[in-house]
Design a protein around this ligand. Sequence first.
Ligand code: HEC
Length: 123
Amino acid sequence: MTKFAIALPVIIAGLLLATAVAADPLPGERVFKSQCGACHTVDKGKNRVGPSLFGIVGRESGKVEGFRYSAANSAAKLTWTTEVLDKYLTNPKEGVPGTTMTYAGLKNEQQRKDLIAFLGEQK
Ligand code: HEC
């Protein structure tokens, strides 16, 4: 009994740590809806205020057909890898100076990871 009482908190702490580092697309979808959904869809060819984010992970910046990008986004010449997206989404104005994406940034690292995992599945 005493052994069990000691082991259980250790196991729980281990489980919490394990979930803290993993990128999970399921909560990522919720983050997308609440943080990005007003301006973006993940449907191919469906632009809103912002371009469709269908297939965004691994794509070059400024390539969505029919979307009129700012000069800044057009000239950025980035490839939206997981790492580049992570940096951009933390602070878009720093990632692409002059962007017309009026979004302050997603400061929560776990939410960014989950969101990018979700975006990676939209292809
Ligand atoms: C207030 C509206 C708005 C919100 C909220 C918003 N965006 Fe955007 N986003 C835009 C606009 C507008 C652009 C085009 C920027 C430009 O041309 O400078 C853009 C561009 C982008 C691009 C570059 C696309 C490309 O093809 O180069 C990415 C990636 C992106 N947004 C991801 C996101 C994600 C992920 C979120 C949520 C965390 C988000 N955005 C939230 C409006 C928004």
